[in-house]
Ligand binder design. Structure first.
Ligand code: HEC
Length: 422
């Protein structure tokens, strides 16, 4: 909640345009900081850049030229109403944080190429994420910190955004069979159905107060919405026909995260706090825990293809596969190593695609299970590399991936091409 309050302060103080006063030097409730280097502009950076996140983001970043900093910060906060202060901020950033590959990614070259089409979301610093295609071809996303839901028309490139009910802080957006648009209210314990015709949402509350944070969710083949509640250590289901929500507890600190279905419709849920994956009984919601081999394993997300569960071992910087039929589990080191923190994952035409969020640039990794070969691509936002791909989806024609970059608010459609070299 603190973050929401701060974000609102930011939008009032900084983001609303005309006649906005000088940038706030010290917004109330400044997020705790690791010290920035001394120098002119430091206080301004501290005040302006710690409204949404810690200044550690700056210290751990790739580092940029002045132009790079202008482009990057321009996707987070509109500083043009106060040009003198913007100049001080950019001078400071360029001087103290020039390009300096920290946490470097190991990019694996290879014969495969991708086509990337990009769109920019509207509200600045919104932490846009989770793009998904609806039956009518529209691409939906949410802006978690900006409390918005957005829609891209890929035919016209028109982008539109709406505010969601206050405090929703949407974590994901999902489309039901009829094209209905649903979001998880991670900030206020709700799941909502959004109607673009009216801009209004119908909101379903959690049945118990300690079910606080609906997180990731998916519709099964019967139209039931299954979802995780990471910090509450719970897994839930919502029946849109009746509005009934049921919840079960996982073990403490399992931190249930990504949700996908097996071919028989069984929900599987990743554990972001422990070395496990949960299998959920569709009828009884009874949980079966599949234990993963390595201590320190945590799994942000999974995808399931041909009966095999592909998982990112985020905690150990590895890619994994579990076959529930044979009980076999295998893992591979991710190219950028133990700190690479693999995150979003989708299987597209038998190829596993995931990103390495712990390194810079954030990479999109291609893994072919047949040859066990890796190739990777840095994910750009315009002229800069910044942010994390957190959750994506395969397009309905099965040909492309929808991904995003959280820091810059870019949404991308990635289409793998045939290999240039065979
Ligand atoms: C309105 C909110 C907001 C404000 C204000 C803001 N940022 Fe950000 N920033 C974001 C979001 C969203 C991300 C992505 C965070 C995530 O993925 O968890 C981010 C991430 C970053 C990153 C990390 C990029 C990477 O490598 O992943 C840097 C660097 C950064 N911000 C710099 C700044 C600077 C400098 C300022 C001040 C001029 C600033 N931010 C102000 C929203 C904001």
């Amino acid at each position: 909640m603190a973050r929401l309050a701060l974000l609102r302060a930011a939008s009032l103080a900084l983001l609303v345009g005309a006649g906005a006063p000088a940038l706030a030097q010290q917004p109330p409730g400044n997020i705790a900081q690791a010290g920035l280097p001394e120098g002119p502009g430091k206080d301004l950076v501290q005040g302006t850049c710690s409204v949404c996140h810690q200044t550690r983001e700056i210290q751990q970043s790739l580092g940029y030229t002045r132009e790079g900093w202008r482009e990057l910060t321009g996707r987070m906060v509109d500083m043009t109403p106060a040009p003198d202060q913007q100049k001080q901020i950019l001078d400071y950033l360029a001087q103290h944080f020039p390009p300096a590959a920290k946490r470097p990614a190991k990019i694996i070259p290879g014969p495969y190429e991708i086509d990337v089409k990009t769109w920019k979301t509207i509200k600045l610093g919104q932490r846009s994420r989770d793009p998904i295609e609806a039956p009518d071809g529209m691409i939906w996303y949410v802006g978690q910190w900006g409390n918005v839901i957005g829609r891209i028309d890929p035919k016209t490139d028109n982008v539109q955004e709406w505010d969601l009910p206050e405090g929703s802080l949407p974590h994901t957006v999902m489309i039901d069979k009829a094209g209905g648009v649903w979001f998880t209210g991670n900030g206020n314990g709700t799941i909502g159905k959004f109607d673009p015709a009216t801009g209004k949402s119908v909101v379903y509350k959690m049945p118990v107060t300690d079910a606080k944070d609906p997180h990731t969710g998916e519709f099964d083949d019967k139209g039931i919405f299954w979802f995780s509640l990471q910090q509450s250590d719970m897994i839930g289901r919502l029946d849109p026909a009746t509005g009934e929500v049921k919840i079960v507890k996982t073990r403490t600190n399992a931190k249930p995260y990504g949700v996908k279905f097996g071919h028989d419709g069984t929900p599987w849920v990743a554990c972001n706090g422990a070395p496990c994956i949960y299998k959920v009984d569709r009828q009884t919601m009874e949980l079966t825990e599949v234990k993963l081999p390595l201590p320190g394993t945590t799994v942000r997300r999974i995808d399931i293809s041909e009966g095999r569960i592909w998982y990112v071992n985020s905690g150990r910087g590895r890619l994994g596969m579990h076959d529930p039929k044979t009980g076999e589990t295998r893992e591979w080191d991710s190219p950028s190593g133990p700190g690479s923190h693999p995150y979003g994952i989708n299987v597209l035409n038998g190829i596993v695609w995931y990103n390495e969020s712990g390194v810079r640039p954030d990479t999109l990794v291609r893994f072919d299970p047949k040859t066990e070969k890796f190739q990777s691509f840095p994910i750009a936002s315009g002229n800069v590399y910044a942010g994390i791909h957190r959750n994506g989806n395969v397009t309905r024609d099965g040909k492309s991936l929808l991904i995003h970059q959280s820091a810059t608010g870019y949404i991308m459609k990635v289409t793998p091409k045939e290999p240039a070299v065979r």
